[in-house]
Design a binder for this molecule. Structure first.
Ligand code: ZN
Ligand code: ZN
Length: 346
């Protein structure tokens, strides 16, 4: 843990007040909804209230300081001088309060997120375990679970149960089960719609091991598909393979996106892939680096990213295929084993 704080200290121009609970967790291992960390060159203070102080005192390499329940009000009185803050996280009203107390606040964005984007081996190992459980969940889902004639939300419940049985601590997010027209809305939740025969069903799901999530998508068929659906599936699969082939250290997020997007844009489904190619995956399911037309990021060894192109035809169907991969010296490691061949379920 202290390694991470040291790497952060090297990036700082002034003390940094960290208020994003996920960043506090990453730097200290301390998990609390009411905590802040002040990182200075030779001193690190962890502020929290009475409810959490005992576990804060057990954190090595930091001074635990007990505050009032209203953390920001307490810090306003106790701190002064020039302090950086997480401008993308701290609410405006809290920043104003700190400034009103005489603190010279400097907005900083993404410093801890920049560290989090490059995973350590111990983090990668948890991520690989989450992928192994997700593979087992998918194998059982397609062989044991009935789709046709059941509402999407019942299949989502089966996914939750299978993760539990396979040893995941929780789901990365509420599973998306989008059948037919529902699948054309990329982030539609599993709803009351009954899954019919001859549809495409987008399943976007993952599970968490030791704080690290997986995030896969497979699109399944419930029986015979029409020619356009089969063609669209092949286009998305080719786009996904082109995206994966483009990944290596030094590649820009925009260029990785373009490699996959080009396949869809030069097909009959041009204009139907409306979101970015992928995102970083870590303590948060969506984090740096991004693979999209607007990404400022460049890939580095140790990044974990998703590759998830899709084709969406409103009112009809959607198709998405998503793997999670680790960027290595010479390309990628892809721990996702579940097949990308079109699987038909009943
Ligand atoms: Zn996903
Ligand atoms: Zn994703």
């Amino acid at each position: 843990m202290t390694d991470r704080i040291q790497r952060l200290q090297e990036l700082l121009e002034e003390p940094l007040l960290i208020t994003n609970p996920v960043n506090v967790l990453y730097l200290t291992g301390f998990d609390s909804s009411n905590a802040a960390l002040l990182v200075e060159p030779s001193r690190v203070r962890l502020f929290t209230d009475f409810r959490y102080i005992e576990s804060a005192q057990a954190v090595e390499g930091v001074e635990a300081v007990q505050t009032a329940r209203s953390l920001i009000t307490w810090l306003t009185k106790e701190l002064d001088g020039r302090i950086g803050f997480e401008a993308n996280v701290l609410p405006w009203s809290f920043a104003e309060q700190l400034r009103g107390g005489g603190i010279d606040l400097v907005p900083r964005t993404g410093l801890v997120e920049q560290l989090r984007a490059v995973k350590e081996e111990s983090e990668l190992e948890l991520f690989r375990q989450a992928c192994a459980i997700t593979d087992r969940m998918f194998e059982r889902l397609v062989s044991e679970v009935r789709f046709v004639g059941r509402p999407e939300r019942d299949v989502a419940w089966d996914i939750t149960r299978l993760y539990h049985e396979e040893g995941a601590s929780e789901e990365s997010f509420e599973a998306i089960v989008g059948s037919g027209p529902t699948g054309a809305r990329p982030h539609a939740r599993a709803g009351d719609k009954v899954i019919e025969a001859g549809e495409l069903v987008v399943i976007d799901t993952g599970c968490v091991v030791g704080g690290y999530p997986s995030d896969y998508t497979r699109t399944l068929a419930t029986g015979e598909l029409d020619a356009e659906m089969r063609e669209a599936y092949d286009v998305v699969l080719a786009a996904q393979q082109a995206g994966l082939a483009a990944l290596r250290p030094g590649v820009k997020g925009v260029d990785a996106d373009a490699a996959a997007r080009g396949v869809i844009e030069s097909s009959a489904f041009a204009g139907t892939f409306g979101h970015g190619l992928g995102h970083g995956l870590g303590l948060d399911v969506h984090e740096a680096p991004r693979l999209s037309t607007e990404s400022p990021d460049t890939l580095a060894v140790g990044n974990v990213v998703t590759v998830e192109p899709g084709v969406y035809l409103p009112g009809r169907f959607g198709i998405r295929i998503e793997d999670d991969v680790i960027v290595t010296e010479d390309g990628i490691e892809n721990p996702v084993r579940f097949t990308k061949e079109l699987v038909t379920v009943s």
